[in-house]
Design a protein around this ligand. Structure first.
Ligand code: PAF
Length: 279
């Protein structure tokens, strides 16, 4: 596995692959890797000859400097995990290499970035698309893998990729779950044993919504809220039910796939889950 600390070095390594007509799969990350990231790597490996992973804690997608500083980092562990997973190249660029002195260019999906989670995290998705567009440019992959867990991020990136006509296939990778159905997350370790057991209500409420087989957002919202309300340790914090591709509110007569994005708090720990249902 080659570890590149500069974009120029990474470009050279990837150019050599291209010369022998090898395809390239990109897995962008901010490091502190877990099973979910390894699922992205496995998917990229199954679809491309070579896999490049980036580790870059992107300052432009954080609202508060304190959140950026507090972001966990463990490069040695990340590199060991990526090597074991069979990654070919890791790019770990400096901030100045990604955002050169005097940088003034942003990339923004003006509608999708500023709705739903984007309303409570102003500038967040603009930071994501600004960095992902640059990572696409640095690595020029054939495919790029992103988790479906961050569903709005995935759709925002798909829209940017389409609008800017990058010749890249965006692959959404399903959520990795524990055996009992809880979506894997680095936050799960912060749950007390009682909250860990209670947290199953997230996937159970999505199962219940899928069973009602309705495209009426009110019916789906009620089913999910009622299921969550059966678990006294759970506090429903966010529930968005939207058209899966555009993230728009569901209009009457809409017959396409529906995305449900759910956030529920357990003893101060906020957990996310999502489901796309097609009737
Ligand atoms: O999902 C993430 O880890 C980040 O938002 C991404 C896509 C690597 C961009 O910094």
């Amino acid at each position: 596995m080659q570890v590149c600390r500069t974009v120029a070095e990474c470009r050279d390594v990837l150019a050599a692959y291209r010369q022998t007509s090898e395809t390239i799969g990109l897995v962008p990350t901010m490091g502190f890797l877990h099973e979910g990231h390894l699922a992205l790597v496995a998917e990229a490996k199954s679809r491309a000859d070579r896999v490049v992973t980036t580790i870059f804690v992107n300052p432009t997608q954080f609202g508060e400097a304190a959140d950026l500083d507090a972001y966990p980092r463990d490069e040695a562990r990340d590199l060991a995990m990526l090597e074991a997973a069979g990654v070919d190249v890791v790019l770990i660029p400096e901030v100045a290499d990604v955002y050169p002195e005097g940088d003034e260019t942003i990339v923004e999906t003006t509608r999708m970035a500023n709705m739903l989670h984007g309303k409570v995290r102003p500038g967040h998705f603009r930071g994501v698309t600004t960095v992902v567009a640059r990572l696409f440019n640095f690595t020029q992959p054939d495919i790029a893998c992103f988790g479906e867990k961050d569903y709005q991020q995935l759709q925002v990136i798909r829209r940017m990729n389409r609008d800017l006509a990058f010749p890249i296939e965006i692959v959404g990778v399903p959520i990795v779950r524990e055996a009992d159905g809880l979506a894997m997350s680095s936050r799960n370790v912060r749950l007390s044993p009682e909250d860990r057991a209670a947290a199953l209500i997230l996937s159970q409420s999505l199962d219940a919504a899928e069973r009602v087989k309705s495209s009426d957002p009110d019916t789906l919202r009620e089913t999910i809220s009622q299921t969550i309300a059966t678990e006294p340790r759970a506090t429903l914090r966010g529930l968005d039910i939207v058209e899966a591709e555009t993230l728009n509110d569901i209009q009457s007569g809409y017959a396409g796939p529906i995305a449900i994005m759910l956030s529920v708090e357990f003893g101060g720990v906020l957990l996310l889950d999502q489901r796309v249902i097609t009737l």
